[in-house]
Write a protein that binds this ligand. Structure first.
Ligand code: M6R
Length: 613
């Protein structure tokens, strides 16, 4: 996720762009840049660091010009640096581009453009777009057609702002999947990733639809479909205030990020799937220098903290089930003092959203000192973990602002499932037919997450009656016991309700002594082989007065009689259900926080990134 803006009008573009970017800093803050047409040339200024660094850089010069684009970056391809910052230009600097999204086929396009003589300056996927537009522009000299031709060749997601010094009267914008709006002013027009950027100037906007293209002039805006046919639509009048606009209309970042999961999961998964005839047939981790190592490794060792550790616990079930390889998962704060037994044939994985967690870093350094190859799964390009690990798999979830991790967790899971399936295939644990069947199932996870998010009424109703229970226990078996850990953490973090997770079979060995009428027991049940067992556990706690809530794929079966409330999740391969069953639990935690009057975005005593021990 990055923020893009653009301006055409009669004011000086630079302050307008900087002002608009300030409202989008929550979308990315590792580097920033602008490109302004000064009457003769396109002047580009871009620097690593927060927007303030860019402001300082340009404070001593005057850039004249009333046409420009700007960007605040959340790195995906290439570390945060001046050269990787946007805007990117063609070689002669006559075309400048800002981009938000991920170009999945950028490596292929880059190789082809290099064959055409293009010299690349950055490691970004975005630079490909500038050169691609230039390629078509050199053929027909029409910037609008060139943008259309270029977008036809792009796979993945994009919101684009493009300016060309030969066309100083217009700014071109295009989008597929990444958000983009056009702000309609008087004698001036704007583009932005999100409404807050333009609210100071106008409340009338177009929300661009999939594959729409906008051409902005000072006095009007034309809209087109992907083939250049004119589109007519009505502008939308925004009546939200600035703070809700920053959250895209959601009351909190946590809720917004919960809803971003279908997109984040798609961004994580799709670039790594290999397609034939539009069907996924393989997984490709370009970033792994040791993919073959998964074939012969004797063991997988995973270490992380908090939510990331919980992703590791789910992964252990996945690797063991699919690849039949033993997995050890340890919280990093323990691992670092363990004098761990490590072997050069181990696959060592660290997981960290921020890439800055002190314990995780210490654990990783221990493994590196022992000469072990470290694979990191992280969301933050340029973070310490990403710099020190041998190989890095990015989750590409975009910045997570809420302290409670939601989309970072599910995208970590997606990376780990992809790894587990690839590992299983390399180790010949299933046939190609089974492999492709599983990949097709996996591919549907984002839309199934969306289905859950589309109907939250059951959860909201249940929370309204149960938000003041004294204790909440989450139970499950196998994958579901791993998911329970994350459910309990989410609830305690944001609502401060006392919550614990138990493997359901452990209830009788102690915890059931706590169960009474002030207890809520939430059961996760996604494995048909274990439905009856979980149903018995529910009956046991209900007999002792507990209220019961079941998250399952089996709404009308084993639980219909046993539970007080059932939330059903769409059917999927039960081993993949961890990416679905967590969604109602995240919503449950969020709504409990709201009912109890706590701030889900900033829980007491917690920090987003724990950089001290
Ligand atoms: O940035 P990291 O993934 O390394 O952070 C690890 C934990 O601190 C983090 O997951 C924490 O548990 C979250 N607040 C959970 O919501």
């Amino acid at each position: 996720m990055c923020g893009i803006v653009g301006y055409i009008g009669s004011k000086k573009a630079t302050p307008v762009l900087i002002n608009a970017l300030k409202k989008l800093e929550y979308r990315g803050y590792d580097s920033a840049g602008i490109a302004v047409f000064d009457g003769e040339d396109i002047v580009v200024r871009k620097v690593k660091g927060a927007l303030k660094a860019l402001e300082e850089r340009i404070s001593k010069e005057v850039i004249n010009g009333s046409l420009g684009i700007g960007h605040t970056r959340w790195a995906t391809h290439g570390e945060p640096s001046d050269v990787n910052a946007h805007p990117h230009t063609n070689l002669s600097g006559t075309i400048a581009v800002v981009h938000n999204g991920i170009i999945e086929n950028y490596a292929k396009l880059k190789a082809w453009l290099q064959g055409e003589g293009v010299v690349f300056r950055s490691e970004t996927d975005t630079e490909v777009i500038a050169h691609l537009i230039n390629y078509y522009y050199e053929m027909d000299g029409d910037i609008f057609h060139s943008v259309i031709e270029a977008t036809h060749r792009l796979e993945g997601s994009y919101a684009l702002g493009v300016i060309c010094s030969d066309y100083p009267d217009r700014l071109i914008a295009a989008r597929k999947e990444s958000p983009l709006i056009v702000g309609l002013g008087k004698g001036e027009n704007f583009i932005a990733s999100d409404v807050p950027a333009v609210l100071e100037y106008t409340r009338d906007v177009y929300f661009l639809d999939q594959k729409e293209i906008a051409v902005l002039y000072s006095d009007h805006v034309d809209l087109f479909d992907e083939d250049g046919n004119k589109v007519i639509k009505q502008p939308y009048h925004v009546d939200w205030d600035l703070s809700s606009a920053e959250k895209n209309g959601y009351a909190h970042f946590m809720l917004k990020e919960i809803h971003e999961q279908p997109k984040a999961l798609t961004d994580t998964m799709r670039p790594r799937l290999v397609y034939e005839n539009k069907k996924p047939v393989d997984i490709n981790f370009d970033e792994l220098t040791v993919a073959e190592h998964f074939k012969n490794a004797k063991r997988i060792v995973i270490t992380a903290c908090g939510t990331a550790y919980h992703a590791g616990v789910v992964a252990a079930y996945a690797f063991e089930k699919f690849a039949r390889i033993p997995v050890v998962v340890t919280v990093a704060s323990e691992f670092r003092y363990m004098n761990p037994i490590l072997d050069k044939d181990d696959i060592f994985i660290v997981i960290s959203q921020s890439g800055e967690t002190a314990d995780t870093l210490a654990a990783m350094r221990l493994a590196k000192e022992a000469g072990i190859h470290v694979i990191a799964i992280t969301n933050c390009v340029g973070s310490t973990v990403s710099r020190e690990a041998n190989d890095v798999i990015y989750t590409w979830a975009g910045p997570e602002i809420a302290v409670a991790s939601t989309k970072a967790y599910t995208t970590q899971l997606m990376c780990l499932y992809l790894l587990a399936l690839k590992c299983a295939f390399l180790r010949e644990k299933f046939s190609r037919a089974e492999y492709t069947r599983l990949l097709s199932e996996l591919e549907q996870i984002p839309s199934k997450v969306q289905e859950i998010l589309d109907d939250k009424t059951g959860i909201q109703k249940f929370v309204s009656k149960n938000f003041n229970k004294e204790k909440v226990f989450f139970i499950g078996r196998q994958f579901d016991s791993a998911t329970s850990l994350e459910c309990a953490l989410k609830l305690k973090e944001v609502s401060y309700m006392h919550s614990e997770a138990f493997a359901a079979g452990e209830l009788k060995h102690g915890p059931i002594a706590l169960v009474d009428k002030n207890t809520l027991v939430v059961a996760i049940a996604t494995d048909p082989k274990l439905y009856e067992k979980i149903a018995s556990n529910i009956v046991e706690v209900r007999t002792r007065g507990a209220t019961t809530f079941v998250i399952t794929q089996d709404k009308d079966g084993a639980f219909a009689q046993a539970a007080d409330e059932i939330v059903s999740i769409p059917h999927t391969e039960s081993a993949f259900a961890s990416m679905l069953s967590i969604i109602p639990a995240q919503l449950f935690a969020y709504y409990c926080a709201i009912h109890r009057g706590t701030d889900p975005d900033k829980p007491r005593n917690l920090a987003k990134s724990v950089t001290v021990e």
